[in-house]
Design a protein around this ligand. Structure first.
Ligand SMILES: Nc1ncnc2c1ncn2[C@@H]1O[C@H](COP(=O)(O)OP(=O)(O)OP(=O)(O)O)[C@@H](O)[C@H]1O
Ligand SMILES: [Mg+2]
Length: 421
């Protein structure tokens, strides 16, 4: 939901709004909020002083860090807070202009379509390119690197705000990208080793405190110490990196963060599950150590928050399957313990059963409405269930040796498509 305000929200206001949905990632939230603030202030400033192309410098953001730690979630939330359109692309699919594959103009087409074909709205949107690490320079056996360095070069023009032309249906659209904010993200596997190597060499030269052991630093700590030269070593051209004055990182999420993502964040997976149980008249409670069990499983899998929703769903699947029956039996509360999450105990053992007479069908109204919706659809679309299957007549047995190999079948049917002999 956009912040209701007459002035562009300040970096602090944007960060506060992000805090409600994105747990941890303090540095990334600060960097992204500040970049967006500066970017849209520059857009307004340029309307007064059009001769200044980059009045406050450039603002695009490169965001690095482990998978599932909230990069996409953060930027999607930013777009929603500011009320600007956003288009997503994966750099892994992009190819250099002029070669077969997905081109950057298709991302702008998506942005345009996200605004119901309003070029003015699209021109102030966010272009989010994920897996940007996939366009690092690649050795392709002396051939042109059209999916790596070629894409980096192709992106320079839109990153500079040059107009983009594309076809949308039958229309020819020219989109001014001066005010489009680019956020590029990636996990950058292997970058930590490059940074470690550089820091190790620096230590040898006496630039780092002798007491510090670079091999003891975690990947998160190393990424936070990354510099431009590391990204160049990784395979990015300086011209591309120069378009990103802000290079920020997200960190792996701690156990507390993961528990808080389930428990405290607006519209978390747990909030949605609670609402789902509540629709059946049942309060769902997770004991703290049950939430920690889910967080520990996510840490073990190395998926950060990405797997939480699936793990939560898995832990509840058995009891969820019986939800309408439990509601009919008068169950009003389900408590999940650590053992229930592990599957070592029946979740029902922690159910609080109403002492009063069972409230037959707490979800009955919603179920009735859902059934009516199905019937309504059926009338609207004139959909009719298929007629019952006729009992099959027994197929005549084919007499061996009657059909020539590759020739038409004896009953005159055409040959099977791949039968070319
Ligand atoms: N810091 C966080 N705070 C709240 N929710 C989070 C956070 N990180 C991840 N999530 C949840 O996990 C899901 C996956 O996160 P997201 O897609 O943002 O990961 P990512 O960093 O973009 O990973 P990848 O590198 O694989 O694209 C999000 O949709 C969100 O629900
Ligand atoms: Mg992502």
């Amino acid at each position: 939901m956009p912040i209701p305000t007459e002035t562009l929200p300040s970096p602090k206001e944007i960060t506060r709004a992000l805090d409600r949905v994105v747990r941890g990632q303090r540095r990334a939230k600060h960097d992204v909020a500040l970049s967006a603030y500066r970017h849209y202030m520059a857009a307004a400033y340029r309307e007064r002083y059009p001769h200044l192309r980059h009045p406050f410098g450039r603002h695009h953001v490169l965001l690095l860090g482990p998978t599932g730690a909230g990069k996409t979630h953060l930027v999607r939330s930013l777009a929603s807070i500011l009320g600007v359109p956003i288009a997503f692309a994966s750099a892994a699919n992009l190819v250099e202009a002029g070669y077969v594959g997905e081109h950057i103009d298709s991302v702008f087409r998506r942005l345009y379509l996200a605004t119901q074909r309003d070029p003015a709205a699209a021109a102030r949107g966010i272009v989010y390119i994920d897996e940007i690490d996939k366009i690092r320079r690649q050795e392709v056996g002396g051939q042109r690197d059209v999916a790596g360095e070629g894409v980096q070069t192709t992106l320079l023009a839109p990153l500079d705000g040059c107009p983009i032309e594309f076809r949308c249906d039958d229309a020819h659209v020219t989109l001014d990208t001066t005010n489009v904010l680019f956020v590029c993200t990636g996990a950058f596997g292997g970058l930590a080793d490059i940074i470690r190597h550089r820091l190790g060499a620096r230590r040898t030269l006496g630039f780092m405190p002798q007491g510090e052991d670079v091999h003891a630093l975690s990947d998160d700590e190393l990424l936070a110490r990354g510099e431009m030269q590391d990204l160049e070593t990784y395979g990015f051209i300086p011209e591309f990196l120069g378009r990103f004055p802000i290079i920020s990182t997200v960190q792996s999420l701690s156990r507390d963060d993961l528990v808080a993502i389930l428990r405290d964040v607006d519209e978390s997976a747990l909030v949605r599950k609670r609402r789902w149980f509540q629709a059946h008249g049942i309060d769902l409670t997770f004991e703290n150590d049950a939430l920690e069990e889910l967080a520990d499983a996510a840490i073990r899998n190395g998926t950060n928050a990405r797997g939480l929703e699936r793990m939560l769903a898995k832990s509840l699947s058995r009891i969820e399957w019986r939800l309408p029956d439990l509601a009919d039996e008068g169950v009003t509360g389900v408590t999940m313990t650590r053992a229930a999450v592990r599957g070592d105990a029946e979740p029902l053992t922690t159910c609080r059963v109403a002492t009063r007479a069972p409230r037959k069908g707490a979800a009955i109204e919603l179920r009735r409405a859902a059934q009516q919706l199905l019937s309504r659809r059926r009338e609207e679309t004139a959909w009719a269930p298929p007629p019952p299957l006729e009992p099959k007549a027994p197929r005549p047995m084919r007499r061996p040796g009657r059909r020539r190999r590759g020739g038409p079948p004896p009953n005159g049917d055409s040959c099977l498509p791949f039968d070319t002999t």
